[in-house]
Structures are given as C-alpha cells and as structure tokens.
Design a protein around this ligand. Structure first.
Ligand code: FES
Length: 359
C-alpha cells in the first residue's frame, strides 16, 4: 500500500448529525470506562458515510475529540485502512481487487476498462459519478475477478459485463449485485461437480446435463444453474427493482420505452443464418414468445446465450415479464443448446415434447 495522504482541500469543520451523534453515544457506551477508543473504527466509518464516502480531516479530529484520543492516533487508523478514503470519491466508488486470484482471473482487463472509462486511480469523473482505486483481496476470490462499488460486491466480471454495469449505474438503471453470470454464492462455474445425482444433475436432465458442458475455456458462457431456489430469489430481487423503475414511467409508455428504461436492446439479426434454431426447445419459450423473439431479430441459441445482464432486463421488460428469463434460465439453457447443436424447425415436435416433460 502506498503512502496515503489527506486531501489538499478540506472543509472547515465537521459535526455529526443529531441522529449520528446519538448513534455514536450508543457505540461508545458498549465499551468499559477508559476504553472508548475501541469505538474508533465505528465512528470513523459513520463519519465517512455522512461525508459522502470520504473522511475529511475535521471529521478525524472530531472523532478524536469524542473518544478522548490524540489526533495523531486517529489519523494513524484512518490512513492505515484502505476502507477509509482520505479524498473525495465519485458517487460510485469502485474498488478493484488486484490480488493474485483476481489478477489471474482477469483483473487487468477490468482495470483497463476503469482506465478507459474513468481515468487514473483516485480521479473523479467530471460528472462526479465515478472514481476508482485498486485494493488488496476483498475476500471473494472464488468469484474472481471482482470489484466493490460502494457497499456492494460485483463478481465474475468480464470487460463486457463490467462496462455494461458501469453504463447501467451511470444511467440510474437497476443493476444486479453479486455474480454477474448468475451463479449462487461460490458454486462452480460449470455447475455442480459433486453430489450431482442428489441434485438431479446426472447427465440425464436435458439442459442441466453436465455432459453438455462446453470446453473449459467456454464454460462461463454455458453456465447452468441447478440452484433453482437461488435463481428464483435472484429473479425476484431484480424483478422488484425493474418494476420500481417501470412504475416511474408514464402510464402510456410503450413496451420499447419501458425496456429502454431498464436495459439495452440485444443485437439483432435481420434474418436467420441459414435456418433458425427451434427456440421452443428452451423451456419457457412457446410459440408466442418465439414469434416475439423473431420480431426482435433473435433466431439462434447463441444469440440468447450471449445476452448480457442489461440485455436480459431489456428483453424481459419488452416482453412484459421481468425476472422470468432468469427464473426459467433461458440463457444457460440456450448456451447448452448452442453447444450441443440442435435441429432447426424439424425438431419442433421433439421440442414440444421436451417442454411437456418438464425438461
Ligand atoms: S483475490 Fe480478489 S477477492 Fe480475493
């Protein structure tokens, strides 16, 4: 960690709000007489939150006064921990993990996006929206590469989904926290590799079949999600965010206007390449949705498999069922079907049978 210095420009004073002052009193009261200094991290953290996610010098001095500590002792704490920002940051402050697992997972590519989009570390964009810094391990190595933005983690990043994420934040659109490829917690990228029989991922489960996995270097694209409960929870959370955004639109907004408010339209083809895939082989896509997808220029499994979070939201809102694409796992299904290969229209009958059988 390089030397950390206080910002050149400082406010003249700092006072906790009455609410934070009362909160600080309860924090300090948790410790025995003479041990008030134990509350230093908590008070600095609250002071930072009140000051727009950075710690002005007067705030550090105020905490020292409240805890009866020399200023230098509190300053030592504030300059030691990278969780305390000593200069103003953007509304969205990005902390990029650059430690070994994230570096091996592609953190350098994510850093290149930050340099291009925001500029050098510590620089706040002219609109005040973004700033970034590189930090040490944030403890989410299993889902590397990752960043922390304000208080939330964003994991399994690629240059594309990270650029989309920044676009969505800048535009005020809802974003997905945690894994950007939809895996729950730290489950393997390619789906379960143990206890597969227990969870029904045993090579006989259609789209969830491990036998349909892509080669290792393509496994992110072919992510399967055996964790249907997790998929349901994630879909519900995002659906709520989208519905909140849609509720702010005029009542006569078109489907396209609604979709544009929450995401980005996916790339379209003017016509199928040779023959269209039978999209009805995706569980959840019936004749009506297949027709709509064709109208949107979507004819092939690999198109759906490549949808970003932003594009999933756009299509979900356009088709008036936000959350359903995640809930029914269209993207991992499409990824598997794209890798396995499938017949075109002549497999429609088989596709219907698959859906009816619940595969
Ligand atoms: S190495 Fe990046 S979170 Fe641990």
């Amino acid at each position: 960690m390089s030397v950390r210095r206080l910002a050149d420009v400082q406010p003249e004073s700092f006072e906790f709000t009455p609410e934070n002052k009362a909160w600080a009193a309860t924090e300090i009261a948790k410790y025995p007489p003479g041990r008030q200094a134990s509350a230093v991290l908590a008070l600095l953290w609250r002071a930072q939150a009140q000051s727009g996610y950075w710690l002005p010098k007067p705030a550090i001095e105020k905490v020292a006064e409240m805890l009866d500590m020399p200023n230098i002792r509190v300053l030592e704490v504030a300059t030691f921990y990278s969780m305390f920002n000593l200069a103003p940051v953007g509304r969205y402050y990005v902390q990029l993990c650059g430690t070994t697992p994230c570096m091996l997972g592609g953190a350098e590519d994510i850093k290149a996006v930050l340099w291009k989009r925001i500029g050098e570390p510590g620089h706040v964009t002219a609109d005040g929206i973004f700033s970034w810094n590189e930090v040490e391990c944030l403890g989410a190595c299993c889902n590397a590469p990752m960043v922390q933005i304000n208080d939330d983690y964003y994991e399994d990043l690629t240059p594309q989904n990270f650029a989309d994420l920044l676009d969505d934040l800048a535009a005020g659109r809802p974003v997905r926290k945690g894994s950007q490829i939809g895996r729950a917690s730290s489950e393997p990228v390619g789906g379960l590799t143990a206890l597969t029989a227990l969870y029904g991922v045993d090579g006989r489960s259609g789209p969830q079949s491990l036998s349909t996995q892509a080669p290792a270097n393509d496994r992110r694209a072919s992510l399967v999600q055996p964790d249907s409960a997790g998929a349901e929870a994630r879909a519900a959370a995002e659906e709520a965010q989208i519905n909140e955004a849609l509720a702010k639109l005029p009542a006569d907004a078109t489907q396209e206007q609604k979709a544009n408010a929450v995401g980005a339209r996916p790339p379209a083809l003017e016509a199928p390449r040779a023959v269209a895939d039978n999209l009805q082989r995706i569980k959840g896509v019936g004749p009506v949705n297949e027709k709509h997808l064709h109208e949107l220029g979507v004819f092939h499994f690999d198109q759906i498999a490549a949808w970003t979070r932003s594009e999933i939201r756009w299509v979900g809102a356009y088709l008036a069922f936000p959350g359903r694409i995640d809930r029914e796992q269209w993207v991992p299904q499409a990824a598997n079907l794209a890798h396995v290969g499938t017949g075109p229209k002549d497999s429609a009958v088989q596709g219907h049978q698959d859906v009816k059988k619940g595969h």
